[in-house]
Design a binder for this molecule. Structure first.
Ligand code: TRP
Length: 339
């Protein structure tokens, strides 16, 4: 019997911060490690999706590699044969299935997608690419080629996941059982745990999420920050004047955020509850963050590109077979190949 498939795109960018790391990367890597005995775990770099909005193409190869290096430093296992790591564009079936699915997709459906509306806003019609428009169709192909049932995605992607279910059902109804329909969003949340990622807040404004778009950068700890600079950012984090450490996001969001960072870096926040001096908590969190960055940056430096390339090549060969056989099934169903 073949194992059920978990599949997701590895999203990263060059300005990752500890909020992304603790809230998204680490949970994904942990999931891959834990589930790989019972599931086939497919993690891929959606490189074809990366220029649906304009990018510097001369940097694309480097950023794909950096993306995988960061995940590897976060613990993504390169030696686990049940965790497949691949680049979307190295498996041509993704593009080919996209075309076929395109022809069964309504333009209205795509126009209603929230991400499309957000990302195309303010760009003139001529500058909104058709690639951005049918982004969800490529994403559906990514999922359906491998018969994935479980697809962990952030809230901003649930509409796309719903579309993948719709198009799978639409073709199944028309052509017989072609695709595994991914589980509905509610089931996905049950499976992965809804609150997968904790949300680290901005250190200067703990009412909002830590985000790379923070202008001063003082409230954000980037994975590339020097450990000493990161320490200073923690020491000057915004707190309150209550004068007693409590885990209470309503009244003490700054302090609660520090407690969360501490806990997610392996500390025991209870030690500080009731403490009157915020300085002690800050110092402990600063130690943890500094240590974490020293360690992470050392691991990143040691990641072996050759090992990554070997893994990619062998997994891409394996995935090409799976994807091609699913594609052939579809090609037969729509009449592109003899039965
Ligand atoms: N669009 C996803 C994101 O931005 C990445 C992605 C592409 C993806 N294809 C996918 C995720 C297929 C899950 C399944 O996060």
């Amino acid at each position: 019997m073949t194992k059920p498939v978990i599949l997701t795109g590895l999203r990263a960018n060059n300005d990752l911060h500890i909020g992304n790391y603790l809230g998204a990367l680490l949970p994904l890597v942990d999931m891959a490690r834990q589930k790989s005995s019972e599931y086939q775990v497919n993690l891929f770099v959606p490189d074809l999706h990366s220029f649906t909005t304009p990018i510097d193409h001369s940097q694309l190869q480097a950023s794909i590699m950096q993306n995988i290096r960061v995940f590897t430093a976060a613990g993504l296992p390169l030696d686990n044969p049940d965790v497949n790591i691949y680049r979307q564009s190295y498996i041509p079936a993704h593009s080919e299935l996209t075309w076929i699915l395109d022809c069964f997709t309504g333009a209205g459906e795509m126009r209603r997608m929230t991400q499309f509306k957000d990302k195309s806003e303010g760009l003139g019609d001529e500058r909104v690419s058709v690639g951005l428009f049918n982004y969800p169709v490529l994403m559906a192909a990514d999922i359906l080629l491998y018969g994935a049932r479980f697809v962990p995605v952030g809230d901003d992607q649930t509409q796309h996941l719903e579309f993948a279910r719709d198009i799978a059902e639409r073709l199944n109804n028309k052509f017989g059982d072609l695709f595994v329909v991914p589980e509905p969003v509610k089931k996905q949340h049950e499976f992965f745990g809804k609150d997968q990622g904790l949300r680290i807040r901005d250190l200067q404004n703990p009412l909002k999420k830590m985000s790379k778009s923070d202008e001063s950068g003082k409230g954000v700890i980037f994975l590339t920050d020097s450990p000493k600079a990161a320490r200073k950012k923690i020491m000057s984090a915004e707190t309150d004047s209550i004068g007693k450490v409590n885990y209470d996001y309503e009244r003490q969001p700054g302090v609660s955020n520090l407690l969360d960072i501490y806990r997610f870096l392996g500390g025991e926040p209870r030690e500080f509850i009731g403490e009157a001096q915020y300085g002690l908590l800050k110092k402990a969190v600063a130690d943890k963050v500094e240590g974490f960055l020293i360690d992470f940056q050392a691991r990143l430096k040691k990641v072996d590109n050759a090992q990554i390339f070997n893994k990619l090549e062998s997994d891409e060969a394996k995935m090409r077979k799976i994807a091609d056989s699913q594609l052939l099934k579809v090609q037969k169903a729509v009449g592109l190949r003899p039965q």
